[in-house]
Design a protein around this ligand. Structure first.
Ligand SMILES: [Zn+2]
Length: 81
């Protein structure tokens, strides 16, 4: 966390709020859907940002989901480190 609680959206200058987002990653054999990902969400245009820690966890979750080789893998965000 880098203490960026009051942030403006670079797209529309709207206010970013802490919230959660759903990320969908389309790999070749699997579509991975990760819900409840902590993110900053713009209250005006709906753009989402995640911090580096969250991105790392997200990557590990996606790697893990890949190994299951389901056509669609729906999972929830969790800390992996
Ligand atoms: Zn915006």
């Amino acid at each position: 966390m880098k203490g960026q609680s009051v942030n403006l959206c670079p797209m529309c200058s709207g206010k970013k709020k802490d919230g959660t987002a759903t990320f969908t990653v389309d790999l070749k054999d699997t579509v991975v859907v990760v819900r409840d990902v902590p993110a900053s969400v713009c209250s005006l245009c709906g753009n989402e940002w995640i911090n580096d820690d969250v991105a790392e966890d997200l990557e590990a979750i996606i790697d893990d989901a890949k190994k299951r080789q389901h056509v669609v893998e729906v999972t929830r965000f969790r800390k992996t480190a």
